[in-house]
Design a protein around this ligand. Sequence first.
Ligand code: HAM
Length: 434
Amino acid sequence: MELQKPRGTRDFLFEEMKERKFVENTMRKVFETYGYQEIKTPIFEDLSLFTLKSGEGIIEEIYHFQDKGGRDLALRPELTAPVARIYLNQLQKAPKPIKMYYFGSCFRYERPQAGRFRQFWQLGCELIGGKSPDCEAEIIALAAQCLEELKLDDYQIHLGNLGILRGILSQDGVSADQQDQIMAIVDKGDVEELEKLLEDLKLDKKSKEILLELIGMQGHRETINDVKKIITGYPDALKSLKELEELLIMLEAFGFTNYIVNLGIARGLDYYTGTVFEIYVEGLGAQKQISGGGTYNLIEVFGGEKVESTGFAFGFDRVMESLKIQNTNTPIKSRVEVFVAPISSETKLNAFKIAQNLRKNGIATDVELVGRKLKKILSFADNSGARFVVLVGARDLENGEVTLKDMESGKQEQIPLETVAEILLNRINEPNNV
Ligand code: HAM
């Protein structure tokens, strides 16, 4: 019988895990620099947490099941709804704004392809109880700083505001449900399907033309003026455009100006209300969106008071792939720095003691556990990336010494047993040994 992992899932081996860990830690540090605190939520939640806003339709895209008690549960497809739940359960009285970040796996029942998995990881944050566009500007600057710290050169941050399209649709009497339907198609980028739907919904001809023009508009600050000219007759849409303009001014103060205004951004999830943004990396193919977020009203939908909330999540796996295609090497640490090798079986226990001493001093150390001959130990130690081998021989021990072998230069020297840890710590921290 051949054991297979489930479709759309992956195993990560040692090197890849080291790379992922490095990227995770780099991003965590940036989130914490902006004052975010980490939270963890369950991998599964009540199914209703995800259907409340999005309707039963979303069940198709979710891993859901009944447990032995007959409860309808779902593997989380994302983390914004769980965080909104936590806020309602425990944090309503906390001083605002509340800044939370998370790193965890999510599950979506999608057709797997490059960059699209059934289990994938999100690293993201939610900022609850702040004010737009101040929060939005800070969050976008945070997302950009993460990518800069990772030295990812080539990415684009696209910004939009859903209030512009929705303002036009509302003025024409299009219901909220129908608007969600329209947004889903705008998100897919299928203009033909959109035209057909707008036709079916009997949208006013002028509004239809404006809508189709707007979703194709992209540019820098000047786009604001171009859009203003087109939507003069739509006061709500104009209000949202003003918000977008304010956001751009604030972004400048946060030191991020490399954005693209893009009114075609609709977002796949339907809890967003105002500012939205997505980050793209060319070269990733169809799944080029490495991050997405914006301002949303999920807490009200769950029965809470109106509280402004903004957030975003990186698709962690896509960030990893972007670093790979842009040849951004992450520094890889060797498995161990030191290998302790007994020269004969009689010094084995001494070797164990020396290894423990090194580990207690924070030095990543392996010790021979297979009883091999010295030649084989040395070749294994070399393979494991150890920079030093401590050779433990009976005669050396009688003199209170061990032999230290530098695997890079091949040099060997006797050193006092008492100072092994001290000497190794110094050598490992020497600048040419980083
Ligand atoms: P989302 O756009 O659905 O937003 O997902 C965020 C990111 O997760 C995407 O930009 C993408 O990079 C990655 N992603 C999504 N699906 C997959 C998949 N099947 N395989 C690999 N990566 C994937 C959200 O989930 C929102 N909760 C973000 C947010 C936070 N909005 C406000 N706060």
